[in-house]
Design a protein. Structure first.
Length: 266
């Protein structure tokens, strides 16, 4: 793992958010990579509930200022950065007043999906990709965590496969247990098509947890089962798309985890 570059993308990471399974795992996997000589950069949304002063976030002017076009609207991208205390890990925060200033993460006070999660996902996806391009930081592995990152494999394989920053990157997706019922706005496919993505969007004609996970698995190079109670549809999707995967019982074993990640770039 020495000197390998790992781009970690997650909707939740400790210590910036509460200790959910995904937030803890996103941090712990990144730490294991660093301990084994890898170099990580973590990207996550900058939700309104994150205390910027306490965590010493500051805006990176040279990276901010780009506009992401979302459904024919220009949405300003703000990039903030912080370092996790006592760790050699930088965290980049994707911010936008319209999408991420509010206190809620992905659900409202009634535990229902926020109505604009589709646009927030697209903005987050494009914001990370364009920022990494601007950094000119070429990742060997792009490690995704959870359903909110499910559009990354699609965009990377459909729109950025020939980009020199990403053309050799391998995508590894950590899949977690089902976390919501219902679905996102069905307009998500039209908004993705607006970006020039063609084909395979019928997979998310009903954009629910199962279909977004299926899309993520199809366009990933391999998969890590990061929860014990994985939905049966996830297992079926891995088999259907013939993806190499790491079992949950092995995902917490540092040696097996690192070996699995390295296998993707050998």
């Amino acid at each position: 793992m020495k000197d390998k570059k790992i781009l970690v993308i997650s909707s939740e990471v400790v210590p910036y958010l509460p200790q959910t399974e995904k937030a803890v795992n996103s941090f712990s996997v990144s730490k294991k990579i660093n301990v084994n000589g890898g170099m990580t950069r973590i990207f996550m949304p900058k939700y309104g509930m994150i205390n910027e002063r306490r965590h010493q976030l500051h805006e990176v002017i040279r990276l901010s200022g780009m506009n992401m076009i979302i459904n024919d609207l220009y949405m300003p991208l703000i990039i903030k950065v912080a370092s996790i205390p006592k760790e050699r890990m930088q965290v980049y925060f994707i911010d936008n007043e319209e999408y991420f200033k509010r206190k809620e993460l992905l659900f409202d006070k009634d535990e229902k999906l926020l109505k604009d999660n589709d646009e927030r996902m697209i903005f987050f996806t494009k914001g990370v990709i364009e920022t990494v391009k601007k950094l000119n930081w070429t990742p060997d592995i792009i490690h995704l965590h959870g359903w909110f990152a499910s559009l990354f494999p699609l965009y990377l394989k459909k729109l950025y496969s020939d980009d020199p920053v990403f053309d050799k990157s391998k995508i590894v997706s950590s899949i977690y247990s089902k976390s919501f019922d219902g679905g996102l706005s069905k307009d998500i496919t039209e908004k993705i098509e607006f970006d020039g993505v063609e084909g395979d969007l019928e997979l998310i004609s009903e954009p629910n947890f199962e279909s977004l996970t299926d899309l993520m698995i199809k366009f990933s190079d391999s998969v890590i089962l990061s929860s014990d109670n994985i939905d049966e549809s996830t297992s079926s999707s891995i088999k259907k798309h013939s993806k190499d995967f790491l079992e949950f019982k092995d995902s917490s074993d540092e040696e097996k985890l690192i070996d699995f990640l390295l296998k993707n770039i050998e």
